[in-house]
Design a protein around this ligand. Sequence first.
Ligand code: CTP
Length: 455
Amino acid sequence: MGVRAFVIGGYVRDCFLGRAGNDIDIVVEGSGMELALAVGRKVHAKVSLFKNFGTAMLHFQGDEVEFVGARKESYRRESRKPIVEDGTLEEDQLRRDFTINAMAFSLQQENFGELVDPFGGIRDLADGIIRTPLDPDQTYSDDPLRMLRAIRFATKLSTPEIRFRIVPESLDSMRRMRGRLSILSKERIVDELDKMLLTDRPSLAFELMDRTGLLEEILPQLCALKGVETIEGKGHKENFSHTLAVLDNVCTFEREAGAEPNLWLRWAALLHDIGKPASKHFSPGTGWTFHGHEVIGAKMVPPLFKGLMMPLNEKMKYVQKLVRLHLRPIALVDEGVTDSAVRRLLFDAGDDIDDLMLLCKADITSKNPAKVQRIRANFDLVREKLVEVEAKDAIRNFKNPITGEYVMQVYGIPPCQEIGILKEYVKEAILDGKIGNNFEEADALMRKKAAEMGL
Ligand code: CTP
């Protein structure tokens, strides 16, 4: 068709990182849609056109190939709103987010596969540097989401061998431009947060967001955890760095267990202590306490999710539940691991007990490694007890052996308050271990109690 076309962006970057995926973006000096249709005819693939965006997509041999026309932006004198016009490859590369994302492979016959890298993306990739092709103020004002993308890439691409760094001019620009995040939809922001949380070491991202002031714009509740107050020479734990350590611990434990990353468990780790600032108290003698912070924190979860337009469904309830219960397993270490306490924990956590245990173990942080070892060893005793009690009493998916229908049938009564009282009485007796978790003992107890109630 006489047009030049190039593979560009993430696919090229990931090729050099040895992890090329299945999403291939092709930029065309001309119409992306027309080239896509021609390719589609040739390889007998169905082409989906997205006319509003001027892009087109087809599937080919397991890859998702997207075509877009090269664009440039120009500014009219009377308006700051850019006009997007057709452009050359070079112009298109210039308006991309980072040098490492602006590299292209030629698809021309004469130099097929040749790298086109005008801004030294390949060097930056090797040195672990995130920088924008243009002045960062320009790149970030074109799309403020790129500030979060920079942080996400710095986190995701960092390995124990090479730590990716965002250049200082870019970090300064983010500090200046952070207020511009307000023009973005919450969905796009949360999508980036989710991707950061799903990296191997999300703390890097949250530290960077904190340093650049972006976190204050997005999740001020987390920033409120920062700092240490000292009274009478006594300081408390620095709850922001503690939170990030817990989050990284969760990721490490998941990896060690060979489990898939659980996004919502990571959200729970991030938010587990958000109730601390509101519950902080100093009393002479005792020192600092955060009594009830798990209850306050759990109450903060729904408005926080709502504010970020996150789902208010069972995912939110799961996060809320883990925040509310996060102290319970470790509290058993101090209070004594009785069967009835373990049964109550199993009852309250239900199927989320394993996730709760993982979070709780991750929450054991201290500057003193011997102390961490000691508490974790005690914590393992709680875990053993959980397995033992669950095997014996099967509380995890507790179903009351006494149902409302059964009570109505035995006593010939309509729905009434007494039914609830009887069921609760039986449930409490089972959890306390006064009777076994089976129908015979539950029925006998129900009849005894009902007689006392005059039924
Ligand atoms: N891009 C950009 N600015 C954005 C989003 C994307 O300049 N706000 C450009 C970059 O060149 C990027 C390409 O579009 O490489 C594709 O974007 P996307 O698919 O979102 O990201 P990838 O770089 O492919 O990386 P990933 O799939 O890991 O998010």
